[in-house]
Design a protein around this ligand. Structure first.
Ligand code: ATP
Length: 304
């Protein structure tokens, strides 16, 4: 029986390896497919590099499918270096804003401009070089943690990777791992928690050092210490960059220069945390509801 078991066990291992490799390839293609939605214009120019970048959404309308409009007449300007946060119920269109800014899709109406350049008029390469994304769910490659952070800037030297890890408060964690930066992570290696994965994404973004940062907050619940830590690292990452935060927890947005409240694809309120509380509108309702839930854990889920 053991003679039969050994090869079968071996085949099982091979099968799992192949399945994992296919999962990675599917994920890669998932990303590539998104990139295929848009193409460079024949006369596309390079977005001029600048540390100071202003983002303008000008009467933006958008539909993934023509029959269902997702965004209606969305206008706002993020001045260079400021942080704008978007809140609203699930499905309000928050993440769609970040997908449009990265030009995974083109707007259906209106325009998005960076320093006055319409996104459709610049090369995708130059646009994406200017933007760092910290996504909700970070894809980790089946490789070392060093490789996974360096992915933010493949030509970065080791010291730059360590510095980014330090700034994202990952260095001490990595230093405590048996193989330190050579520790393998991903599906076949060490599994990282949601908070640790998001920190890897922050380190990648810091390494890339882009003038514009998009932070798509994880929807999954983090414990409050991790949440505070991520909040701090986000503030470090946002310093000096034009930042768009897609927020699911209102605690993340309190210090933003401006909060945009979205409902069914429209911006229905905007202002600082203090101004929106004083206005006693939808944001204030969400805030007081969320405060009550923090005090009475086990209630309804988060609202933003
Ligand atoms: P959440 O807080 O749950 O992440 P959100 O406010 O970020 O929600 P979006 O992800 O922007 O919402 O989605 C807005 C709407 O667009 C939703 O109704 C969603 O079903 C729809 N949608 C999102 N992605 C696609 C897609 N690729 N194709 C078609 N519809 C989509």
């Amino acid at each position: 029986l053991i003679q039969l078991y050994m090869p079968l066990n071996f085949l099982g291992i091979v099968y799992r390896e192949i399945r994992q490799a296919l999962t990675d390839i599917e994920r890669m293609f998932g990303l590539l497919n998104e990139h295929r939605e848009v193409a460079d214009a024949a006369d596309a120019h390079t977005l001029p590099a600048d540390r100071q970048m202003q983002v303008d959404f000008d009467s933006v309308g958008f539909a993934y499918e023509t029959s269902r409009r997702i965004l209606h007449d969305v206008s706002f300007t993020i001045p260079p270096g400021q942080t704008y946060a978007v809140v609203g119920h699930s499905g309000a269109g928050k993440s769609t804003l970040s997908r449009l800014l990265y030009r995974f899709y083109d707007v259906s109406n209106g325009s998005i401009r960076i320093n006055g350049h319409d996104l459709r008029s610049v090369t995708q390469h130059s646009l994406r070089s200017a933007i760092g994304i910290v996504p909700q769910d970070t894809v980790l490659f089946n490789d070392t943690i060093l490789y996974n952070i360096r992915y933010g800037k493949p030509d970065a030297d080791d010291d730059a990777v360590f510095a980014a890890a330090r700034a994202a408060s990952l260095h001490d964690f990595i230093d405590g791992l048996p193989d330190k930066y050579q520790t393998r992570v991903g599906e076949r290696g060490l599994k990282l928690s949601g908070g640790e994965k998001q920190r890897v994404a922050i380190a990648r973004a810091l390494l890339k050092d882009p003038p514009i940062l998009i932070f798509d907050e994880a929807t999954s619940a983090l414990d409050s210490a991790t949440e505070r830590a991520i909040q701090q690292q986000l503030e470090v990452a946002a310093r000096g960059r034009t930042t768009l935060i897609i927020a699911h927890r209102l605690s993340t947005v309190m210090n933003a220069d401006c909060i945009l409240v979205m409902e069914e694809g429209r911006v229905v309120e905007r202002g600082t945390h203090a101004a929106l509380l004083a206005a006693a509108g939808k944001y204030a309702d969400m805030w007081f509801l969320q405060q009550r839930e923090i005090q009475e854990p086990g209630g309804e889920g988060v609202v933003a």
